[in-house]
Design a protein around this ligand. Structure first.
Ligand code: 5GP
Length: 132
């Protein structure tokens, strides 16, 4: 069965899309640790990020960089932190999280709530700042 992220890529489940090319897809995390928390995935469904072949993994980081720079332009923060966990969804993904201090990237923190309008507006702002 397709992963929830493959279903998002295929348009079966809605998302707040940030960026897409032939190999990668980025969208807002629905339970964000911080405003602008975004997930970057390879379209090819693979559970563990270190099972990706070298070229796909390297390209994912370059794609993530472009998305991160757009988030950074949009959301005031010191920098964009990155994390890879994969404990919940078995489809490789990089978390991009605006941070100001160490505590901002603690996955035990309560998640933020945004309305659909707020998510859409934020995604639109990040997309405007993308330089793909
Ligand atoms: P991890 O697998 O890295 O431990 O966590 C998976 C992440 O995916 C979580 O931050 C969770 O909020 C996010 N997530 C899970 N299901 C969905 C979904 O259907 N849509 C979106 N946008 N994010 C999701």
């Amino acid at each position: 069965m397709a992963s929830i992220f493959s279903r998002i890529v295929n348009g079966e489940i809605p998302c707040y899309k940030i960026a897409e090319d032939d190999r990668y897809f980025a969208f807002l995390d629905i339970n964000p640790l911080a405003k602008g928390h975004t997930l970057v995935i390879p379209k090819k469904e693979t559970d563990y990020i270190f099972e990706l072949d070298d070229e796909l993994l390297a390209g994912m980081m370059v794609f993530a960089k472009k998305v991160a720079l757009a988030i950074e332009k949009t959301v005031p923060c010191k920098r964009i932190g990155i994390a890879v966990l994969g404990l919940e969804v078995p489809h490789a993904h990089i978390h991009l999280i605006p941070i100001n201090s160490l505590g901002d990237i603690n996955f035990s923190n309560p998640k933020l709530k945004f309305s659909s309008d707020e998510f859409s507006a934020l995604a639109g702002e990040i997309v405007k700042n993308l330089d793909l």
